[in-house]
Design a binder for this molecule. Structure first.
Ligand code: NAP
Length: 500
């Protein structure tokens, strides 16, 4: 059940001096505060190792808001709710003093024992922090206790399970909120509404009418300063195991019997259970990896992945993945879902293209020509909207067809200001709505699907690396993956809202 719409809580952020806290969490809390979605009775404790005086921490939060939100409205009042506690999370003895501060603020702000513990820290600390919070009695017995965990949740299924088992000793599944920030994006949440609130799509949403689905999430940036992390991860673990498979689950799930957390999650889990597992040659037939070479990105010459900081000059890590996913159930049998994601690609964009099957007979073209297929394009980011590609009559004497695009863009709606994913997810967590967070079953099934691919790629060095130029849309093999099936990737730039 969703709780109070204006929740009161003590939010303890571990990793309070880090990048995520400064770029996303403080601005998101400020937005909630300004929109009056936070009760005046709230407090935030920032936790990290470095020694900071309370006013230094408040100044850091103030700077984060000025830089990322750009306003100082009620800022003094907002930052007055922020406290700081210096602590090394791996030292269990340090939690005693933190507990004193937590209890003190709980009483001072009358927070009714409602506690959110946000772990914005390196994943190796997740288990230790959860255990210490439990053992040092920082969980309250009178209000709610919620543990928010950032990605990555494990490196593969065994490590994810070990982490989950560790956390579950301290927090129940209901108390754990595993962040997948794609699930906080407006248009990802809109997938469900487009499907289940429109009579025209759901009857067609199956293998009788859809020929294939394409999900692209491309970045223009390279690995930046995350070389060390990325070397141990790669695009498959960083993007496919979580964000891409979550989008696939939302696209392919059955309508839930009710729009509540358990029912939606249970339908998504069924999709993930139906993913056709890959082994042996099926892996190289269905998945393609790439690594960026030097090239021109957004008009600037950029270096190759292997030349980036903290990256092995002979690295076997993939910065691009394209794959063909099959779902073995009645609705989707025979419909390929193609995914691709990578760094240093042509443009920053996340889009879903649903390609409908050709009509049975073409009355309007010469026999060797085909009509443009109908496409439904869901623009996730940076544009937000949907476009439906249809064929209509070309004006003039003769009956000829021409493609048109019916376009809805969030930007064009007056006053529309889509909240950031983190803002929505923080608010969901405060209200106790876990729908847009990943359940352990989803995490486990996603790793189970991805692990054989990751293993195969670790065991065989890819001799063609680097195999795509920065600024391109990935290696040629990604195109061949679809050509084998008689399809092609719909170019993301042609599908941009401005080009519609
Ligand atoms: P970061 O900038 O490196 O920050 C790490 C934070 O942890 C710092 O506040 C650091 O402060 C603190 N810390 C490190 N060791 C500590 C210890 N032993 N005890 C107490 N505090 C300690 O990392 P980040 O980029 O914010 O990322 C945090 C988490 O979010 C990671 O799991 C990451 O994968 C995930 N994430 C980040 C982003 C992003 O945009 N940054 C996006 C998605 C997911 P001190 O040095 O003062 O201790």
């Amino acid at each position: 059940m969703i709780e109070n719409q204006k929740p009161t809580a003590l939010i303890t952020i571990f990793g309070a001096t880090g990048d995520l806290a400064n770029r996303k969490l403080y601005p998101s809390l400020y937005h909630l505060y300004k929109k009056d979605k936070l009760d005046q009775k709230f407090a935030v404790i920032g936790v990290a190792r470095r020694e900071l005086m309370p006013d230094q921490f408040q100044e850091q939060v103030r700077q984060s808001i000025l830089e990322h939100v750009g306003t100082n409205e009620n800022l003094d009042e907002f930052v007055s709710h922020f406290y700081y506690h210096s602590l090394d999370v791996s030292n269990t003895e340090h939690y005693h003093d933190l507990k004193n501060l937590v209890d003190e603020l709980d009483a001072h702000y009358q927070l009714n024992g409602n506690r959110v513990f946000y772990l914005a820290m390196a994943p190796q600390f997740f288990g230790t922090i959860a255990e210490s919070l439990y053992k040092q009695q920082l969980k309250s017995d009178n209000g709610f206790n919620r543990l928010v965990i950032e990605k990555p949740f494990g490196h593969d299924y065994p490590s994810a399970k070990e982490l989950n088992d560790h956390i579950r000793l301290a927090f129940s599944e209901d108390e754990i909120y595993r962040i997948d920030h794609y699930l906080g994006k407006e248009m990802v949440q809109n997938i469900e509404v487009i499907r289940f609130a429109n009579a025209i799509f759901e009857p067609l949403w199956n293998n009788r009418f859809i020929s294939n689905i394409q999900v692209t999430s491309s970045e223009t940036l390279g690995v930046e300063d995350r070389g060390r992390y990325y070397e141990g991860s790669g695009a498959l673990r960083d993007m496919v195991q979580n964000h891409m498979l979550q989008m696939v689950a939302l696209l392919a799930m059955e309508p839930p019997i009710r729009l509540n957390t358990n029912e939606i999650r249970s339908e998504k889990v069924k999709v993930l259970r139906a993913l056709r597992p890959l082994e042996g040659d099926e892996i190289s037939n269905s998945f393609v990896r790439g690594q960026y070479n030097a090239g021109v990105s957004k008009g600037k010459q950029v270096k190759s992945y292997r030349e980036e900081e903290h990256v092995d000059s002979n690295s076997n890590t993939e910065t691009f993945v394209a794959g063909k996913i099959m779902i073995d159930n009645f609705r989707w049998a025979g419909v390929p879902i193609y995914i691709r994601t990578g760094k240093r690609l042509t443009e920053k964009s996340t889009k879903i293209v649903v390609q409908f099957k050709d009509i049975p007979m073409n009355l309007y073209m010469k026999t060797e020509e085909t009509l443009n297929p109908n496409l439904l394009v869901i623009h996730i980011q940076p544009d937000e909207g949907i476009t439906l590609h249809l064929n209509v009559k070309k004006s003039g004497q003769f009956v000829e067809t021409t493609p048109v695009k019916l376009n809805f863009s969030n930007k064009s709606v007056d006053g529309m200001n889509t909240p950031e994913a983190y803002e929505k997810l923080l608010y969901d967590c405060l209200r106790g709505d876990a729908t847009n967070f990943a359940h352990w079953d989803e995490v486990a099934l996603s790793w189970t699907y991805v692990d054989p691919i990751a293993k195969a790629w670790e065991q065989t060095k890819e001799s063609s690396f680097p195999n795509y130029s920065s600024g391109s849309m990935g290696p040629d093999e990604a195109d061949k993956l679809l050509e084998k099936d008689g399809f092609h990737w719909w170019p993301v730039t042609d599908l941009d809202v401005e080009n519609c």
